[in-house]
Design a binder for this molecule. Structure first.
Ligand SMILES: O=C(O)c1cccc(C(=O)CC[C@H]2O[C@@H](n3cnc4c(=O)[nH]cnc43)[C@H](O)[C@@H]2O)c1
Length: 268
């Protein structure tokens, strides 16, 4: 299953499947008001196989903006699939995101730093603002004795997808408020030296996936730089094109679900 925030992101990831034929997107209503879009990704880029062997079926959901909407949508779809006797093998949080521009923050597989159109695959899905403010700084919920603030996608899968797509790898932060000042950007970067991108849904999707014992992956195509707010500078069409291209390349790299099974979580 693939969870995006908005319909434009959902359509960007379904555009390549199968071979771009929109009529092959099957709508599947979930309990409540949301609708999954079921698509079949060809096993080789641009080539729909005659038999369908090796193709990957995916349900894609535009669940809304922010971690709560993402978690709610993902959990509903995961539960519906489990009750139907067809649980998902993998949950992917996908969409556009802000790039944290700092060269040591990410390990490039190829290409430049996380500028517009760069794709980032998360090595960790991190809740960056889940905690408490204190006079001496921010404390994550884990320091308060609660829950987790990190989910770790299967490492082999992260590397395989990054290789196949030419993406950067790095931590992806989940925030409820888009960073809009240089001060906040610097604070987040200092707290998360391995962060490559920021978005608003990954941790919510990862919490739902973990509750169902399903591995998670997060993929973000950079639309803007994290820093002082300048919405006019967001390169959304370029980011959506990069997302489409990444999904076209990553599906053959997914390999055998048996190799994804390790669900690791780690406290900060
Ligand atoms: O207006 C449009 O056409 C359009 C098309 C696709 C997506 C959008 C959004 O506004 C999506 C919001 C979504 O983007 C993520 N995002 C992007 N940049 C950042 C950022 O710097 N910090 C945090 N989140 C970011 C986020 O996941 C939102 O859900 C519009």
């Amino acid at each position: 299953m693939i969870v995006t925030a908005v319909a434009a992101e959902r359509d960007a990831v379904t555009r390549v499947a199968p071979a771009g034929a929109p009529g092959d997107v099957v709508p599947l209503p979930l309990p409540g008001s949301q609708v999954l879009h079921r698509v079949r990704y060809a096993s080789a880029p641009g080539a729909a196989s005659a038999t369908g062997a090796g193709d990957v079926l995916a349900d894609v959901l535009a669940a809304g903006v922010g971690p709560a909407a993402a978690s709610c949508g993902a959990a509903t779809a995961l539960t519906a699939a489990a009750l139907a006797g067809a649980p998902y093998d993998l949950v992917v949080s996908a969409g556009i995101g802000g790039g944290i521009v700092r060269t040591e923050a990410a390990v490039p597989s190829s290409g430049p730093g996380p500028g517009p159109g760069t794709v980032v695959v998360a090595t960790a899905v991190v809740a960056a603002d889940l905690g408490a403010e204190a006079p001496d700084g921010f404390r994550p919920v884990t320091e308060l004795g609660f829950g987790t603030v990190r989910h770790l996608p299967p490492e082999a899968l992260v590397q395989a997808v990054a290789m196949a797509t030419g993406a950067l790898t790095g931590e992806v932060l989940t925030v409820s408020t888009v960073t809009g000042t240089a001060e906040r950007a610097a604070e987040l970067a200092a707290r998360h030296p391995r962060a490559a991108a920021e978005a608003m849904e990954g941790f919510g999707v990862a919490e739902a996936a973990a509750a169902h014992g399903v591995p998670v992956l997060e993929i973000r195509a950079v639309s803007n730089a994290v820093g002082p707010r300048d919405r006019a500078a967001w390169r959304i069409p370029e980011a959506l094109r990069a997302l489409t291209s990444a999904f076209g390349m990553m599906v053959p790299a997914l390999g055998n679900p048996a190799s994804w099974k390790t669900v690791r979580t780690e406290d900060e």
